[in-house]
Design a protein around this ligand. Structure first.
Ligand SMILES: Nc1ncnc2c1ncn2[C@@H]1O[C@H](COP(=O)(O)OP(=O)(O)OP(=O)(O)O)[C@@H](O)[C@H]1O
Ligand SMILES: [Mg+2]
Length: 112
C-alpha cells in the first residue's frame, strides 16, 4: 500500500477529482497548504529581491492505494494537474504500513 501525495494548483482540484474518481479511486483527502519550490515562490523570475521567499497557496491531495494502482494514479494526476508552467506542483509516493476502517475494524487492502 502506498500514499500518493500531490501538491497541486488550487484551480485544478475539480479536474483532478473527476479524473481520479473516474479511474476508480474511492477515497481522498484534500488540505489547503502553503509552500514554495525552487523559484522560492516568485511567480516572475526577477520580481522583488533575490532573497525573498514567498509561500504560495496550494492544495495537497492524499490518496492511499494498492501498489498496482500507483502508476495509474500518477499518470492521471499529471494529466489533470499539469499546465506546463512553473509551479505545477509535485507528487510524493511513500509506503503505508497499516490501514484500519474505524467502523468495521477491517484492515489494509479491505479498508481502502
Ligand atoms: N522539495 C519539496 N518538498 C516539499 N514540498 C515541495 C517541494 N518542492 C515543492 N514542494 C511543494 O510543491 C509546491 C509546488 O512546487 P513547484 O511546482 O513550484 O516545484 P518546483 O520544483 O519549483 O518545480 P517547477 O520548476 O515546475 O516550479 C510548492 O509550493 C510546495 O508546496
Ligand atoms: Mg516552482
Amino acid at each position: 500500500m502506498k500514499k500518493v501525495e500531490a501538491i497541486i494548483r488550487p484551480f485544478k482540484l475539480d479536474d483532478v477529482k473527476i479524473a481520479l474518481v473516474n479511474a476508480g479511486i474511492v477515497g481522498m483527502t484534500v488540505s489547503e497548504v502553503r509552500g514554495f519550490g525552487r523559484q522560492k515562490g516568485q511567480t516572475e523570475r526577477y520580481r522583488g529581491s533575490e532573497y525573498t521567499v514567498e509561500f504560495l497557496q496550494k492544495l495537497k491531495i492524499e490518496i492511499v492505494v494498492e501498489d498496482p494502482q500507483v502508476d495509474m494514479v500518477i499518470k492521471k494526476l499529471i494529466a489533470a494537474a499539469r499546465t506546463g508552467e512553473i509551479g505545477d506542483g509535485k507528487i510524493f509516493v511513500s509506503p503505508v504500513d497499516q490501514i484500519i476502517r474505524i467502523r468495521t475494524g477491517e484492515s489494509d487492502i479491505e479498508a481502502i
